[in-house]
Ligand binder design. Structure first.
Ligand code: FES
Ligand code: FES
Length: 159
């Protein structure tokens, strides 16, 4: 089937009922998106579909045909990182790192919808699980990224 992933048209040889996560990782070898629980509980597998944060382990690939899929591979590049990635580095957010691609995709969806999120906005949108307990740093990093003008320097967020 034909999928729109990270701005490209991609052919995937997969059963229509296969979860999107499996298609990304096992069929297309895009391993930036992680498998955690497999039951839509942890958020490690979060990608964006038409801009919204979606848990790809629980979505059959047939449901995203014709939609815009974005994965962590296209959030930024080493030469042109996303503001969230700069803030993540500045705040030293990742610990083991396993949950972080899903966290970043959820945060990107939040900032596109709510460019200046409050703590309540962040808590409502960021329901992913981090077993290393990076939640406080994630909150600070999201606020830090929210204060960045396009192409500008990362500013320290207010606590
Ligand atoms: S692996 Fe999808 S929510 Fe946990
Ligand atoms: S950084 Fe280890 S699970 Fe989140």
């Amino acid at each position: 089937m034909e999928l729109q992933i990270n701005g490209r048209t991609v052919q995937a040889d997969a059963d229509p009922g296969m979860p999107l996560l499996w298609v990304l990782r096992d069929v297309l070898n895009m391993t930036g998106t992680k498998f955690g629980c497999g039951v839509a509980a942890c958020g490690a597998c979060t990608v964006r579909v038409d801009g919204a944060a979606v848990r790809s382990c629980a979505v059959p690939v047939s449901a995203v045909v014709g939609k815009r899929i974005q994965t962590i591979e296209a959030l930024g590049t080493p030469d042109k990182p996303h503001a969230l990635q700069l803030a993540w580095i500045a705040e030293q957010v990742p610990q083991c790192g396993y949950c972080q691609s899903g966290m970043l995709m959820a945060a990107a969806a939040l900032l596109d919808k709510t460019p200046r999120p409050t703590d309540a906005d962040i808590d409502a949108a960021m329901t992913n699980i981090c077993r290393c307990g990076t939640y406080q740093r994630i909150r600070v990093a999201i606020k830090r990224a929210a204060g960045v003008a396009p192409g500008g320097a990362v500013k320290k967020a207010k606590a």
